[in-house]
Design a protein around this ligand. Structure first.
Ligand code: ZN
Length: 268
């Protein structure tokens, strides 16, 4: 389990280190990806690397993320791949830690220069922010809140296939929250925009970080309140009402969409 808090110790050989090259995770072929590298192992295998971006504590030890050049990856000993390839294959806690690692790395990479004046940024606020010494602007890691909603009509659940993404899944509807909007308002608007339906009785379920690249998914249930399905073809290929046991292929149970669907049918 990742404990997010400032690291008070000096970097040490027993620190845990999550290793990436570009946006890809680097794991050893010799052991499961859940077993995180130690700093000593990283140095032994990849040579001297930067201290890395502090993430917090993993299994009670300080943990960091580092990025290595792709030429240090040895195809006979290491596997590289997108983080999504680990989803459902490792524990939710380990996936969340890898997700934080990737997001902190991306944030560092994307905020080397001040967005306001173009100056070089430096870590500030105990490493939580990147600040510009020239103009004082600071940038914190950015999260993009999204709503994801299971719309029910009696014992039927609305499921939709996204357009143009070939996931092969029918899932719950989702979308970004707009500036100035509450999460509940975003639920109502997204359902209206994507499938033309009116919903009410919006209830919060639970949330899940989704680091592709930096979403925080806020799960909701809502009730059908009117209208006929008219899909927005830019967003949705097909949508329909489904009963328990009659659904097409749905997202895996470790995703919040899978949990919303399971929870709906468990209580329908
Ligand atoms: Zn600046």
């Amino acid at each position: 389990m990742l404990e997010i808090k400032p690291i008070t110790e000096k970097p040490a050989a027993h620190d845990y280190v999550f290793v990436f090259t570009g946006r890809d995770v680097v794991v050893s072929l010799m052991r499961p990806p859940e077993q995180i590298w130690s700093r000593q192992e990283v140095v032994d295998v990849f040579g001297e690397v930067a201290v890395g971006e502090p993430l917090g504590y993993w299994s009670g030890q300080p943990c960091y993320v580092v990025e290595i050049a792709h030429e240090h990856v040895n195809a006979l000993e290491h596997v590289t791949g997108g983080l999504l390839s680990l989803f459902g294959r490792i524990s939710d806690a380990a996936f969340a830690a890898y997700g934080r690692a990737l997001q902190m790395l991306s944030w560092r990479r994307d905020h080397r220069f001040c967005g306001r004046c173009g100056g070089d940024t430096l870590p500030s606020d105990g490493g939580r922010a990147l600040a510009c010494p020239d103009c004082g602007h600071s940038a914190y890691p950015r999260l993009n809140p999204c709503v994801i909603v299971a719309v029910g009509r009696g014992d039927e659940l609305l499921l939709a296939e996204a357009a143009g993404r070939a996931t092969g899944f029918h899932s719950t509807l989702a979308g970004f929250i707009e500036p100035g909007e509450s999460a509940e308002e975003a639920v109502v608007r997204e359902v209206q925009e994507e499938v033309g339906l009116v919903v009410n009785n919006v209830r919060y379920f639970q949330s899940q970080p989704w680091p592709f690249p930096s979403q925080l998914m806020l799960g909701f249930f809502a009730d059908y309140a009117g209208g006929e399905i008219v899909v927005d073809p830019e967003e949705i290929a097909q949508a329909g009402w489904y009963r328990k046991g009659q659904t097409p292929r749905i997202p895996p149970p470790s995703s919040i969409a899978g949990q919303l669907i399971a929870h709906f049918f468990a209580s329908a």
